[in-house]
Design a protein around this ligand. Structure first.
Ligand code: NDP
Length: 592
């Protein structure tokens, strides 16, 4: 392996993709393409607006809203209302029903509350319909459906000082109060389109992958053949984690299928397999098994595990790095320069393997060359799939590689790549979701706290929280998200189950003791930000190819520097927060 030559190749490929407009290259669907945001899965049900009061309102009906609801029910708080913009529980799994959608993190650690619901996943990596079913299972088991408001978007959240409640307003005319509000609105839920010239001129059919139009394509989310595409010419724009999963299905079905690529994904083997019931029974015999599995995965990824329960692409990546470090002489094993070199070496080796796999699978040498990813594996979401590369051997599937430039133009009739127009009947946008925009934008509403302070203003220049969960000036308000906590991105549900426990114990303490208001003190928030100031930023590697992990290759805005986790690592945070909430003192929170 020639390290220097590889680094130079990475830099050249990155340079091709850098654009001065960064995130501004994307279009919001709300503005010109709002019909592409409509829910294609369930009709909106008429209902009267709510003007009542609930103990806890939760914004977002994905895993966060479900797990918090379950944990609150366990501590006896059942007056709980979820507000969700989709037509059912599921969050990202409600919207993302494209063919082939599945989870890349092993189901035993990814699907929450398996132990509580006594559910055994069917496969090591669960498919989207099974995850959606599981969301409904949790909703039913914990009676979360009764009060849920679906197809409802919060438009404003305002603290009412005189009554010590939150006033919640929605786009369905609801105007109700809640003593406590929590939210898990997810980082990737507002679909975006590429700002390709002519995008509004296309006369054929078009949709975004997160609103899959099965009426047009035929087939279903379970993987049935998209039979209505047999005589169609279809272009898919994007080759990210979503595209990797739907390409094999489109390749099987379309008359002609063009895959428009700007940057190839790194695609390693997935090796999915059914879960064996006898093995599962044995692995899950002792109570608390799922927590132990989650912790084992996190320990593997943060370098402190002796065993690997999960055995997947993520733990493989981590263990390779650890093995490389162990080959260093003992005196170099704690030297940051040597550690970085060991990390780079293991990454180069892994990426070489992934590139060699392309040559081994793809028949046409030019297509194979264009499908190779030239960047460090964690510059973009690593992908794992056993049919993606194979799809390019299908004679009706054509890779339109744009050499890092993106689709040049969209016309009335199709897409233009390298000066050639390819006529198509349908364009599918696998172009991802907005990220890195204003707080109010990301949540879709403004939060107005004590004395009229907006969250956007309070967080100007950076996020301010205690443990990533609550902020001064915003009493009785809790967030479920990883930043400023464990920041453990490889298995987001682990962050969620921990936050849900913390919130449940806090609210139990408040309600048992008759407190109406719980608020993070300014001192505690400042002290936590001081702790976090020792953390290194995971985002924004300037040597990486542009993408949403590094602000499209542009310098990070000042506020992004606050998007860090506990400096001692994810597992250390989970241990710390467990002690904090179980002490019963909830240091840094003022109860009144
Ligand atoms: P991404 O943002 O990852 O990918 C968008 C794609 O669109 C990229 O390939 C991008 O190219 C391409 N693109 C954007 N503009 C243009 C253009 N002008 N011309 C051509 N191509 C263009 O979105 P995804 O929906 O794929 O994934 C989002 C995230 O969702 C993932 O990163 C992952 O976190 C999650 N996810 C997880 C899955 C799982 O666990 N199984 C499955 C699917 C998604 P470029 O790379 O050059 O920017």
């Amino acid at each position: 392996m020639d390290r220097e030559a590889t680094k130079q190749k990475y830099a050249r490929e990155r340079a091709k993709r850098l654009r001065p407009d960064g995130n501004d290259q994307y279009l919001r669907l709300e503005e010109q393409f709002s019909d592409m945001l409509d829910d294609p899965y369930l009709p909106v049900q008429e209902r009267a607006p709510k003007t009542d009061h609930v103990t806890v309102a939760f914004i977002g009906g994905g895993f966060s809203g479900l797990v918090v609801g379950a944990r609150l029910a366990e501590v006896g708080i059942t007056d709980y209302r979820v507000i969700e913009k989709g037509g059912d529980f599921g969050g990202t799994w409600y919207w993302n029903r494209y063919p082939g959608a599945m989870c890349d993190t092993a189901s035993m650690i990814y699907m929450p509350l398996l132990e509580e619901t006594s559910y055994m996943p069917r496969e090591k990596y669960a498919r989207a319909p099974e995850i959606l079913e599981h969301c409904a299972r949790i909703g039913k088991q914990y009676n979360l459906y009764d009060k849920a408001l679906f197809h409802t978007r919060v438009v404003e959240l305002q603290w009412d000082e005189s009554r010590s409640v939150w006033q919640v307003r929605t786009d369905r005319g609801d105007d109700f109060t809640a003593q406590f509000v929590a939210m898990g609105t997810g980082p990737l839920h507002v679909p975006k389109l590429p700002g390709i010239p002519g995008i509004d001129e296309f006369q054929g059919h078009a949709f975004h992958t997160s609103r899959w139009d099965y009426d047009y394509t035929g087939g279903d989310a379970g993987g049935a053949l998209l039979e209505k595409l047999a005589d169609k010419r279809v272009a898919l724009i994007g080759t990210g984690a979503t595209a990797v999963q739907c390409v094999p299905h489109l390749a099987r079905a379309c008359g002609t299928f063009y895959v428009c690529q700007r940057t190839p994904s790194s695609v390693d083997a997935r090796s999915n397999e059914p879960i064996d019931a006898a093995w599962y029974g044995e692995a899950t015999r002792e109570s608390g098994w799922q927590q132990r599995w989650m912790e084992n995965f996190t320990e593997n990824l943060t370098g402190i595990a002796f065993e690997d329960f999960v055995h997947d692409g993520w733990t493989d990546l981590a263990r390779r790095f650890q093995e490389k470090v162990l080959t260093l002489p003992p005196e170099q094993q704690a030297d940051p320069v040597q550690m970085m070199r060991a990390y780079e070496d293991s990454d180069f080796e892994k990426m070489d393997q992934i590139r060699a796999r392309v040559d081994a699978v793809v028949d046409d040498p030019e297509t194979a060359a264009n499908l190779k990813a030239w960047y460090k594996q964690l510059c973009k979401r690593p992908c794992f799939h056993d049919e993606y590369l194979q799809a390019f051997n299908n004679p009706s599937t054509v890779l339109l590689d744009t050499d890092g430039k993106g689709v040049e133009r969209i016309t009335r009739n199709g897409v233009v790549v390298a000066g050639v127009e390819y006529e198509v009947d349908c364009i599918i946008y696998g172009t991802g979701f907005l990220i890195g925009t204003e707080v109010s934008d990301r949540c879709g509403f403004e939060t107005i706290g004590r004395n009229g302070v907006t969250l956007t203003d309070y967080w100007e220049g950076g996020m301010r929280t205690l443990h990533g969960i609550s902020s001064h000036n915003f009493p009785n308000l809790f967030r479920v998200q990883p930043t400023q906590g464990a920041n453990f991105i490889a298995n987001v549900p682990h962050n969620i189950v921990e936050s849900a426990r913390t919130i449940a114990l806090l609210l139990q303490h408040a309600t048992d003791n008759g407190y109406k208001v719980v608020e993070t003190t300014k001192d505690a928030e400042d002290a936590w930000l001081e702790v976090l100031s020792g953390a290194s930023l995971m985002l924004g590697d300037p040597t990486c190819t542009p993408g949403y992990y590094n602000n499209e290759g542009q310098p990070l805005p000042e506020e992004a520097k606050s998007y860090v986790g506990y400096p001692a690592g994810a597992m250390a945070f989970f241990r710390y927060i467990d002690e904090w909430r179980n002490s019963g003192r909830f240091e840094g929170m003022a109860f009144s």
